[in-house]
Design a protein around this ligand. Structure first.
Ligand SMILES: NC(=O)c1ccc[n+]([C@@H]2O[C@H](COP(=O)([O-])OP(=O)(O)OC[C@H]3O[C@@H](n4cnc5c(N)ncnc54)[C@H](O)[C@@H]3O)[C@@H](O)[C@H]2O)c1
Ligand SMILES: O=C(O)[C@@H]1CCCCN1
Length: 318
């Protein structure tokens, strides 16, 4: 094997694709996964470190249309928060279809941004296009990436952040004060954050529900991003089992095995993201739509490939 090409976090940032290029690539990827069924991707393996909530997760995918396959290995370590360390650390290895290792790279920024872009794609397909109020429940890495991504697709007048520890929400609001032309503020309760909100994102490491039916107005769209194991929840049974709810998953095979909100409530997911991106869903204006965003390996592989291609184009020029 020739010398291993490794992109550290700073190089990933430098080589990262522009927002709209990334958005378009992930849209194509989700359609390819669900409609064309040409992507090979098993449900990921998750090992739980004994006596902790920490997980070691292995996520492979093969994307023949782009001539690549790869694997993300990611450690989700919620207790790192107290140690001021990142809670999601990982690495992606990218291979050509002949089996040669092309490169490997830090996965932190890729995980943050590709997840938010998938919520943004779901919101674009399912939410009111004139959505004015966004509520973000949680104030960590995903809260930031979701505010950044969704505010590029919607003309919000207000974005409200609620967090269990209020000072973290205040810090995030200070850091993002110049992201867009909207009022970015902290809410004292989940209820006040979500009151009249057109789009709600739950982006917490909670293991218990934080969002209930009374919080969400008819016609709103909800992106549920945390809770990716059978024992964890972000959403109450009352909302999960509401007659008025349409559930869309990034992957229907995975949601039945990984989503505590679906498994514990017994709710039935209805559609896959790639389908609703390809065949727009007609919906009753009072229906609530819920996108369960688990995160898929093909999103990581395609993003890593864009980064690798940017590296190649720079190397050819120099
Ligand atoms: N769907 C995906 O593809 C994907 C990708 C990355 C992360 N995630 C998940 O999204 C969630 C957030 O990830 P992150 O990177 O922002 O993590 P983070 O550690 O940066 O932030 C976690 C947030 O959750 C809040 N929180 C923790 N426990 C809580 C509780 N009991 N009640 C309410 N809030 C609580 C914290 O205050 C913090 O705001 C995690 O569950 C993570 O595993 C999903
Ligand atoms: O798809 C991902 O990258 C994340 C890893 C942590 C758990 C939730 N999903």
């Amino acid at each position: 094997m020739s010398k291993l090409l490794h992109f550290c976090a700073e190089e990933v940032t430098r080589l990262f694709p522009p927002f709209l290029v990334h958005l378009e690539a992930l849209k194509e990827t989700m359609i390819e996964y669900s409609v064309k069924e040409s992507i090979v991707q098993p449900v990921r393996q998750q090992l739980t470190v004994p006596n902790t909530a920490d997980r070691f997760i292995s996520m492979p995918a093969c994307v023949p249309s782009r001539g690549v396959m790869g694997i993300k290995v990611i450690c989700a370590v919620p207790s790192n928060k107290e140690k001021c360390l990142p809670t999601h650390l990982g690495c992606i290895q990218l291979y050509g279809l002949t089996g040669e290792l092309l490169c490997q790279m830090d996965a932190e920024e890729i995980t943050a941004k590709r997840t938010a872009i998938c919520s943004a794609l779901a919101s674009k397909a399912l939410a009111n296009p004139d959505s004015k109020i966004l509520a973000v429940i949680g104030a960590g890495v995903q809260a930031e990436s979701h505010i950044q991504a969704l505010s590029q697709l919607f003309n919000f007048s207000e974005i409200r952040v609620w967090n269990r520890t209020k000072s973290r929400a205040e810090k995030l609001v200070r850091e993002l004060h110049d992201v867009g032309n909207f009022n970015l503020c902290v809410s004292d309760t989940v209820g006040s954050a979500c009151s009249d909100a057109d789009i709600v994102c739950t982006v917490t490491s909670s293991s218990e529900p934080v969002l209930f039916k009374d919080h969400v107005k008819p016609g709103a769209h909800v992106n549920v991003v945390g809770a990716s194991s059978p024992t964890t929840r972000e959403v109450g049974d009352d909302l999960m089992l509401s007659d008025n709810l349409v559930i869309v998953a990034d992957c229907l095979n995975a949601i039945k095995l990984e989503s505590g909100d679906v498994i514990q409530s017994g709710a039935a997911p209805h559609h896959e993201l790639g389908h609703v991106l390809h065949f727009p869903l007609s919906r009753d204006p009072d229906q609530i739509t819920l996108f369960k965003n688990l995160g898929l390996a093909c999103q990581d592989v395609v993003t890593a490939h864009l980064i690798y291609k940017q590296y190649l184009s720079e190397s050819t020029r120099s």
